[in-house]
Design a protein around this ligand. Sequence first.
Ligand code: NAD
Length: 402
Amino acid sequence: MAQPRIGIWFIGARGGVAASATLGLIGLQKRLADSVGLVSELPQFARLDLVAWDTLVVGGHDIRDVTLTEEVARLHRESRVFDAKLVAAAQGELSSVDTRIRPGTIFRCGTTIEKLAANAMLGHSHELPRHAVERIQSDLKNFQQELHLDCIIVVNVASTEPATNFVDLPPHWSDLDRLLDEGPACPLSASSLYAIAAFQLGMPYINFTPSPGATPAALGELAELRKTCHAGQDGKTGETLLKSVLAPMFAARHLEVMSWVGHNIFGNLDGEVLDDPVNKSAKIQGKDKLLGLILGYDPQTLVSIEYIRSMGDWKTAWDHIHFRGFLGTPMTLQFTWQGCDSLLAAPLVLDLVRFVELANRRGEIGLLSQFGSFFKRPLGLENHAFDHQSSVLNEWAARQSQ
Ligand code: NAD
């Protein structure tokens, strides 16, 4: 059977993660990149009918006045990432992707994100949420028609929105739908408007960010009503990944973690946005929560995220774990993690597109909890231990190839 032609629609298409994923995809298509870092290229997934890299096409929304080509060049120059040969070879394709990036929405994104937005975006700033959804849908439909796509996977890699409290949100879509006509009184933020737009068109949505996206119950219901699927939330790429590997070890050896302190410093645009305390609190909630869930008790924890401009896309996390062993003996584990943020995230985003596309093609509906190993807050998966989460993914894969 002919391979389906699939669109990847990045929300935040000119950001570090999207730019790295787009360049990586072009590299894979031109056979200028190898598969290191790509989970979907591991042997246990070889028998799955995953889409080939060649059939994927990128478009998206963003809010800033930069080009994708400039963003790739900036990452290359300032953070010393990417092979110069690949960057040079990808110029034509990057420019083509740029023509497919449309102005998004900044509805309820807070002042720090609003400040990033281009002047052209401000024309949309008083748009009713329903009109924003319709405009997003028109962009998605044009992308699908112009490129003759069988399906589009919408991936949120936009800046982290301020934390939202959804306690009063109606749990059913029929009630929430009405709020889209309420202008500023509508409690949903942009990430959820993008999810609504995708679901109403029957398109899957992946939330790689801590923003709410599809988490309100009514949106989960909408996905089910439109027979589509979603996965999230907030990519697990560095320090939290290590926590989900190390905490189960302390639990299995009956060592008592008394405190776990993690200090993170980095200097990319994501770090600049997270420098605003209201945006930062949304991120920190996800980084801290898993320890108590894995250990079964709550050690004292501290997570700090600081924006240090000179670090660029390179993140250093220093973790100090103070634990108690036999006869009350206190001991310490410390580690430093020095990772390049966008290059850790980009392959996972590409993997998620392939896995979610397959699940969608096979008729899976609603929340896809089997991809929880990719996320800090794995929606639908209670167990945060990385080993367990990887087994869930492998078991799903084994069932697909039976
Ligand atoms: P970034 O700041 O480089 O890129 C974000 C992009 O989103 C920017 O181009 C910005 O203009 C755009 N944007 C902001 N608000 C938007 C909106 N409402 N609509 C459309 N576009 C919008 O950030 P990044 O490093 O690429 O990270 C992207 C997201 O992924 C962040 O939320 C981050 O917290 C999350 N994340 C990243 C990693 C990682 O890099 N390792 C891991 C987990 C989660």
